[in-house]
Design a protein around this ligand. Structure first.
Ligand SMILES: [Zn+2]
Length: 248
């Protein structure tokens, strides 16, 4: 649906105290129109339509700000997980077992319907520790997804024998790298990307076994194994632009 065809939904608040029609967008992206009491719905609708572009621009900007701001690692923070935005839900408990990192990590629940990462922990745990928990959670999830891909995608599995080592590393910059001696590293936050983009990153790094630099030869090889690589490169760029894809 194009922007111009999309109906803008808004909430009207009428009051005697308002002298004119005003428009505002809440953080929740709800659009609020305040208007004087006697004004007709038609007039309000006209006003909203006249300001359609402003609403669209500002809603997009708001969304970008929400998604690119630094993580707080507190309850309500949001993180990408397999390409979707999940919110972090912290549940405090008096269960002393949940003071140990290992126990907390084992107990983390990913609710794919509600899109929540639910961390239950002892109320004794200081908020400054939440970041370490989330970072370790991402490292393990990334590890899991990579191991699964290397088992399930026949090409990756076949290439395992020419890879020297596969490691997950803390990296807020690159998604992956391949060394001269074919040690492949993946960023601990790789699981933030959609499944197909994760596969693209793996294809990319494996291609470096044959072609170390990003020359024409590299892309010819990459295209043989991942014909849609351009689409995924673009998708990753767009995700990086509109979301905080770091663990910082
Ligand atoms: Zn590369």
């Amino acid at each position: 649906m194009s922007d111009t065809a999309k109906k803008i939904n808004y909430k009207i608040i009428k009051s005697k105290k308002y002298k004119r029609i005003t428009l505002s967008i809440k953080r929740s992206q709800q659009i609020i129109v305040s208007a004087p009491k006697g004004i007709s719905t038609k007039k309000i609708d006209e006003f909203v339509n006249k300001n359609r572009q402003w609403i669209i621009t500002n809603t997009i900007r708001l969304e970008e700000n929400l998604n690119t701001k630094k993580h707080t690692f507190l309850d309500g923070d949001s993180f990408l997980y397999l390409g979707s935005i999940f919110s972090l839900k912290i549940i405090k408990t008096d269960n002393k077992d949940l003071t140990k990192l290992e126990n907390i990590l084992k107990n983390i629940e990913i609710n794919r319907i509600k899109k929540e990462i639910i961390i239950t922990l002892s109320s004794e745990i200081n908020e400054t520790k939440y970041k370490d928990i989330v970072v370790e959670f991402y490292r393990r999830e990334t590890r899991k997804v990579i191991l699964t891909k290397f088992e399930e995608v026949p090409y990756f599995n076949k290439m395992k024998k020419v890879i020297n080592s596969i490691k997950i590393q803390k990296s807020n910059g690159r998604w992956g790298s391949c060394s001269r001696i074919n040690n492949i590293n993946f960023s601990n936050r790789l699981v933030m990307l959609p499944q197909q983009c994760i596969e693209y990153v793996i294809y990319h790094e494996i291609t470096h076994i044959k072609e170390k630099n990003h020359g024409i030869g590299f892309y010819l090889e990459l295209e043989k194994v991942c014909p849609n690589y351009k689409k995924f490169e673009l998708e990753i760029k767009q995700i990086e632009k509109s979301h905080n894809v770091t663990l910082a």
